[in-house]
Write a protein that binds this ligand. Sequence first.
Ligand code: UD1
Length: 419
Amino acid sequence: MQNQKLVIEGGHKLSGEVRVQGAKNSSLPIIAASLMCQGETVLKNCPALSDTYASCRILTHLGCECRFSGNTLTVKPDGLNSYEIPDDLMHEMRSSIIYMGALLGACGKCCLSFPGGCELGPRPIDMHLSAMKKMGASVKDEFGIIECMADKGLHGTKITLRYPSVGTTENIILAAVKAKGETIIVNAAREPEIVDLALFLNKCGGKIKGAGNSTVVIEGVEKLHGCMHYIMPDRIAAATYISAAASTNGEINIIGIDSNLCDSFISVFEQMGCNVYIYDGCIYVNAKKTLKSVNKIITMPHPGFPTDAQAIVMAVLCKAEGNSIFEENIFENRYRHVDALVKMGADIKVIGKVAVINGVKKLYGAKVSATDLRGGAAMAVAGLGAEGTTEISDISHIDRGYENFESVIASMGGKIKRI
Ligand code: UD1
């Protein structure tokens, strides 16, 4: 697996229809939440990704039973017999920190290793830890091991976040759903994946109000029970396939998507000159014209332009007429894909958190290495629209977030293979 590469022969217009996969960022916290329920949970539309498999390994290690078949994940958490996640499992997936809230909620304690930094730069967890403390957990953080204990159980409280962090909001919801009393999160993240988590927990018997707004109120309940839940569609996968089509001046019909999830980036493709039609759970994008540069794109918490779409949209704008500017406000180190795009002929200057793209007529295939999940996808998007062959190594990053990436692209006429 480690040495696999994607080889892309650029210059073939993509055309076709794609049913978008279930959302990675929704499935991971929901899988963690399933360990807090009594009885079986069935998750439909669960994306088959390396991060999903890593989640299953964590649950299995904790004593739960997991069965993944097709896109249905069945979790039976009744055998839960541990509150410790070893180092190797914690490091398999960045979002493993979500098990802090889930385990505290399920058994009043957890012992995890510090997730550390990652390819996007330092990933502090100070907000997660201070929220758990405020809810009554004692937190010991020694030699990279975090031990949280709440012998008397967690209690509700008001928590004001200094920044609307997605993971912190999810961790608080998980910790609060079975805590004593009411928890109020002020300045909560408003990402749609948080709404999906709350929807799931409410089906399980939780009492969560306001998810998707900046104030979320959670009234603790005694018990949660398993349920059947359909994971929401992945808006970033949708943005990626639209970008892939646009990069080749092709056309695409995305099906099984709620277009409201995509408002923040659909307008960018419209500015590029793409024709976008929205109808009955579908987004049709026709990019058969020369693309134009766009107004400054500023990554922001939802409902702003998502940081996860920054690299892939940048890959399209490399060939748009004129100058485009990005301002990356969420992560310190999220321009690592730029070197690869420049190697492919792009004209991009990065100054701090700003990237200026001067559109060029052509990109050229090159040997590049995926720097992170979305950066790797951006290289594929650029490679599809480039002249010649692009070879992307380190594609385990891409496999963390895209289900059958090369088959989806090939189904639209892209010349791509995994070697
Ligand atoms: C989630 C998404 C990720 C997306 C990101 C921002 C999942 C699995 N991942 O990541 O794809 O790019 O939201 O939309 O859903 N921060 C702190 N202290 C903390 C927590 C966060 O300073 O305790 C900072 C981070 O360093 C970062 C910013 O807050 O600069 C946003 O992070 P956050 O919203 O927490 O992102 P994640 O939940 O890690």
